[in-house]
Design a protein around this ligand. Structure first.
Ligand SMILES: NC(=O)c1ccc[n+]([C@@H]2O[C@H](COP(=O)([O-])OP(=O)(O)OC[C@H]3O[C@@H](n4cnc5c(N)ncnc54)[C@H](OP(=O)(O)O)[C@@H]3O)[C@@H](O)[C@H]2O)c1
Length: 239
């Protein structure tokens, strides 16, 4: 079964691994990328790359038009794009807060709202939002990020109720610490502190997050909606 799959922020890190996993399984995959050039190996695999900043509703609409023209209605949406701007509250500017919310939460709203049009028409759809263990446990210095990631849970669960009867599922994957550019930016001390709290005593590989996402988009997960699936090496212990 070849479905039209869209992954935001699919040019690197977790999004890239998710795009590869769907493409390897034979789906028609599109990614959005904001900066630079899309990875050549992904393009060689036949993945469509469209430039899009999810803080701009016009760009989101344009990206969907390109994807729909090439692959038809988006049947599986993975809202993965996200940023951090870590700072203790005392030093956190309003811009640090709103920029993170505008990308991680409102940006997700923009892409989900646009996807909903086609999914409603088709009376089917799978939406997977990439949250974080930090949204559930909190993290000093990440109040903006944690608020945005916790917001995704309420957002997904509300939509699961609103659109379940239309055969559209909304689920959240909450990764722990994953080996990507985002965590490479942490100091050695922060990395050691985190590692000490992870029962599996290692970072996740991006492909391990992709596996959970693919499951939620598969037929085997047809009766799962409104769920938060932790992929965190035990860090959150189910929270
Ligand atoms: N790494 C972790 O440990 C971890 C843990 C839990 C959750 N997560 C979440 O997983 C997701 C992916 O994280 P990652 O580690 O793969 O991060 P990453 O390597 O920093 O990649 C982030 C991706 O999001 C894109 N992006 C950021 N702002 C955007 C915007 N305004 N419009 C469009 N695209 C935008 C980036 O595009 P550019 O290349 O143009 O910057 C990039 O493709 C994020 O939502 C993150 O919060 C990560």
């Amino acid at each position: 079964m070849s479905r039209s799959v869209l992954v935001t922020g699919g040019n690197r890190g977790i999004g890239l691994a998710i795009a590869r996993a769907f493409a390897d399984a034979g789906d028609k995959v599109a990614i959005t990328y904001r900066s630079g050039e899309p990875p050549a190996d992904l393009v060689a695999l036949g993945v469509l790359a469209v430039r899009c900043d999810i803080t701009d509703a016009e760009q989101v609409d344009q990206a969907y038009k390109e994807v729909e023209a090439a692959h038809g209605n988006v049947e599986v949406l993975v809202a993965n794009a996200g940023i951090t701007r870590d700072q203790l509250l005392m030093r956190m500017s309003e811009d640090d807060f709103t920029a993170v919310l505008d990308t991680n939460l409102t940006g997700t709203f923009r892409v989900v709202k646009r996807a909903n049009r086609g999914m409603l028409r088709a009376r089917k759809g799978r939406v997977v939002l990439i949250s974080s263990v930090v949204g559930l446990l909190g993290q000093a210095g990440q109040a903006n990020y944690a608020a945005s990631k916790a917001g995704l849970v309420g957002f997904a669960r509300s939509l699961a109720r609103e659109l379940g009867s239309r055969n559209i599922t909304f689920n959240v994957v909450a990764p722990g610490f994953v080996d990507t550019d985002m965590t490479r930016a942490l100091t050695d001390e922060q990395r050691a502190d985190i590692m000490a709290q992870v029962p599996l005593a290692r970072y996740a590989q991006p492909a391990e997050i992709a596996a959970a996402v693919r499951f939620l988009a598969s037929d085997d997960a047809a009766y799962i909606t409104g769920a938060v699936i932790p992929v965190d090496g035990g860090l959150g212990m189910g929270h």
